[in-house]
Ligand binder design. Sequence first.
Ligand SMILES: Nc1ncnc2c1ncn2[C@@H]1O[C@H](COP(=O)(O)OP(=O)(O)O)[C@@H](O)[C@H]1O
Ligand SMILES: [Mg+2]
Length: 308
Amino acid sequence: MDDRVRLLDRKVLFFGGKGGVGKTTSASATALAASRAGRRVLLVSTDPAHNTADIFARPIGPDIVEVAPNLHALEIDAGRESARYVAEVKDRIKALFGHQILKEANRQIDLAASMPAAEEVALFDRIGSLIRGEDERFDLLVFDTAPTGHTLRLIRMPELMEAWIRALSRSRRAMLGVEQDDRNDPIMLSLAERLERLREFRARLVSPRVTAFVLVLVAERLPIEETARALAQLDEAGVRVGALVVNRVLPPTSSDPFLVARQAQERVYLEEIDRRFTGVPILRVPQLPRDVHGLEALGTIAAALFPG
Ligand SMILES: Nc1ncnc2c1ncn2[C@@H]1O[C@H](COP(=O)(O)OP(=O)(O)O)[C@@H](O)[C@H]1O
Ligand SMILES: [Mg+2]
């Protein structure tokens, strides 16, 4: 119980796990529970295949909308973020270079923007600005993420980008030479500023008071193995796992032989989950008779996650 409350005391919660296990459902229900407890919550979907709109049964898009009292939602559009990011970078360098260099620089930027990783970088940039708390309307951010691999890459990105910016700074300093003071160099200043923002992002990501990762699974073989791998990778990245959500646990009342067999298998896996993932609070959510759709059904899941 204490663990559950503590989960809602964080400022940033990520929900991850295999496709279809109930990430969006759990993230949305948690966001709803927190908003009903009086926190000002922003639910952010970073999954390119957004489905928060389906759950709330109303359109949600790349602009923040209110979906319930104290609860806002946003589905990040990586394509749009990428375009915005490119425009911003071009704007920033416009002040620094002459026409001829600028033309070449813009060509390079357009080239870079067409690379497969560009949208991921832009998505990361948007997540970073949210996590650094740039929107003061919210005191809890709940991220509904894409299946595990994609999200773990995003989590490691501040570290990778820091190394990259350090290398850029080194080559810029070498270019300036010993005679030129690098303290007023606009490029050095801009790199230093980026580095500072990345550091702040990473500090918040690895602070257990600020951020927790919630891994969602169902009581089956593959999700259990994926959870074990994700736990190891998050640990390595220094990100705290605040809870596991075991979703779709069957109600224990059936006499139907098919369900009895399912339940026997489930019991084995539930025990395995308890045994293997010690040290992490485990929250169980029952299988509902129907898909989770609309605020009332979400409220049922929220009550299962956070009773009382
Ligand atoms: N506890 C539950 N009971 C009944 N249906 C559920 C439950 N959890 C999730 N679902 C349904 O399962 C489907 C997948 O859930 P979703 O949260 O979208 O998964 P993910 O985001 O991990 O892909 C949805 O149709 C959702 O309504
Ligand atoms: Mg989803």
